[in-house]
Design a protein around this ligand. Sequence first.
Ligand code: ZN
Length: 452
Amino acid sequence: MTRLHFASALLPSGWTNDVQVVVTAGAIASVTPGAAPAPGDERHDIALPGLASLHSHAFQRGMAGLAELRGNATDTFWTWRETMYRFALAMTPDDVAAVATLLYVEMLERGFTRVGEFHYLHHDRDGSPYSDPAEMAARIAQACSDSGIALTLLPSFYAHGSFGGAAPHAGQRRFVCSVDQFAALMAASRKAIGGLRDANIGIAPHSLRAVAPDELPAIVPLAEDGPVHIHAAEQTKEVEDCLAWSGLRPVQWLLEHAPVDRRWCLIHATHMTDAETVALARSGAVAGLCPVTEASLGDGIFPAREFLGAGGIFGVGTDSNVMVGVDDELRQLEYGQRLRHRERNVLSGSAGASTGRTLFDRALAGGAQALAQTGIGLAPGARADIVTLDTTHPSLAGRRGDAVIDGWIFAAGHSAIDCVWAGGDKVVEAGRHRLRQAARERFNASVRRLVA
Ligand code: ZN
């Protein structure tokens, strides 16, 4: 049992002073507001719940910063895609474990306590399945176990190279499955996470490019009651290709042909008409926004003001993991809207409302929905995922309540994070995960070989 005392904590009911939190078996057993600190309580100033990164491709952390060279004039995305395939084709299971472990250590140091791993690097380097089809998924699970982050594993079904069932190309050989192979992969993946505390599983039909219409109803039931994630409408070319194939735009196609509801999460959904934006909001599905990656890849800007105005639900993901941080994603989300609308505090909702707090609350709720978390926030029964902030940080000096979140998101960044508990285990202290050094050394050894 661990007893924590916070001078101020963000509870589901709002900021509350003098909060004692008792943690047993990794979960929050009780939350007592207005409690004086008792002998034996570990005392901290400001506490918030950890957030989910609802969309991650862990292996891409290995290539962060390596694709900042322009390709030819018409395809500026080219150098990123080529680098991504080069890494995807070269990495061994040990490399994936090394890269994922450092990534999850960094996620925890920067405020994420659960990851939705949209996992598509399934097979051996020549494209043949490993003897355990979930070999790579098991490495992801081990990295979660070692770092302490909670896992929602989303094995990705990837069968085709483009819309209409086009054959995949050689560079995609490690991703590709038949429906039957994928069913076996799902069964093995369930086993791979079986011993991992607080883990759950859904599925991820990769995109309408990679999944044919008749395959979607065959694989969605494999999620059982777990979440369903799909990339949609990330780039304008994808929208054009989808229109040429079906006469419909990707989000429109999904809303008309798939049972999109609260279990679903549409990743990106960047390019939508006003009608699609309202229809997606009304479906109850989560928009899985990855603002840093969407900026890095030049995807475009999500219609966030319109989507939130229609009651839409969003969460955030670190996706390509080129940079990792709760603050980075929420700040980029708001800054994209400021640049688009030439206004300030676009997503705060109402006069006087804090932008940081509004974004934090919505991303917490949307991330929990998208990853089928059972408890949420600092409340009894929830997993004990707790982040404390360093109120001696100059950008937090003299602040209380929502101003602390604004100071963190818009000024201090992740250097404001002090301690993080993941499932009740204090894995980050003074901003450092206990595995930081070992994880860096292992990551560096893999990546030095991969870039050579
Ligand atoms: Zn993605």
